[in-house]
Design a protein around this ligand. Structure first.
Ligand SMILES: C[S@@+](CC[C@H](N)C(=O)[O-])C[C@H]1O[C@@H](n2cnc3c(N)ncnc32)[C@H](O)[C@@H]1O
Length: 223
């Protein structure tokens, strides 16, 4: 098997070391020694947008927040699904990831950052969510492995009661909170319910590195 080649390295704001690697056609982003995202796992990243945007109520000028950018697959799928008058914001914590998506890995997802509907919020998606009320129609989250376990400890805030209540406040009426998760284990549906969402879970088959494993998209609709 070919060895991995390191294309670039950077530090995340929490000082975790990030690495962009390539082996043949496969690209990999590693964070703190863990595999964060592989280009072979594009299907389930796209599914976050398919499930989340598919649950949107029909209305003009929908506003969607995606966190984070990764390799841009969720963003690209949202761009394909949403109308020309949509506003699509992508929050990304690590400046180097935005830079890689404009350069080294821009073609993987078809350059979604070039879409004129897309704006980048450079920073923590938690902060962006806390800044607004009744603003977004959908929040699509794939910043970590899901509610548990976490690659970045600070992301625990997103999945706890206070984080879910903040997402609930940031959404418009009947808005959708979609969360990618490595598995459907745990009591996340109950937490969504406690924060004022009607919860459901959508299984997503992995056709990439973890072929045979089923991931989950948790969906909360604002009650
Ligand atoms: C698993 S990747 C996302 C994959 C993405 N769905 C795709 O289509 O490629 C996780 C991304 O979230 C970013 N991230 C992690 N914590 C974050 C946070 N609190 N706010 C914003 N971005 C964050 C990471 O830097 C990384 O780019």
């Amino acid at each position: 098997m070919r060895p991995w080649e390191t294309l670039a390295e950077a530090d995340a704001p929490d000082r975790q070391r990030l690495e962009l690697r390539r082996r043949g056609h496969e690209y990999l982003i590693r964070a703190g020694g863990w595999d964060l995202m592989s280009s072979r796992d594009d299907d389930s990243a796209r599914a976050l947008a398919t499930v989340g945007c598919g649950a949107l109520s029909k209305r003009a000028g929908v506003r969607v927040l995606i966190g984070g950018l990764g390799m841009g697959y969720s963003l690209a799928a949202a761009c394909e699904l949403l109308d020309p008058d949509a506003e699509i914001e992508v929050a990304e914590l690590v400046p180097a990831i935005v830079e890689w998506n404009r350069g080294l890995i821009a073609e993987l997802a078809g350059r979604p950052l070039d879409d004129p509907r897309v704006r980048v919020y450079q920073g923590d998606v938690v902060t962006r969510i806390e800044q607004v009320r009744d603003h977004f129609d959908a929040i699509l989250l794939d910043v970590d492995n899901g509610p548990d376990p976490l690659a970045h400890d600070h992301n625990a805030r997103l999945y706890g009661d206070a984080g879910l209540r903040a997402a609930h406040r940031a959404l418009r009426k009947a808005g959708v909170h979609a969360v990618w998760s490595y598995s459907d284990a745990g009591n996340f549906a109950r937490k969504l319910g406690r924060a004022g969402f009607e919860a459901s879970v959508h299984p997503v088959a992995n056709h990439g590195r973890d072929r045979g494993r089923t991931h989950a998209i948790w969906l909360g609709r604002k009650r």
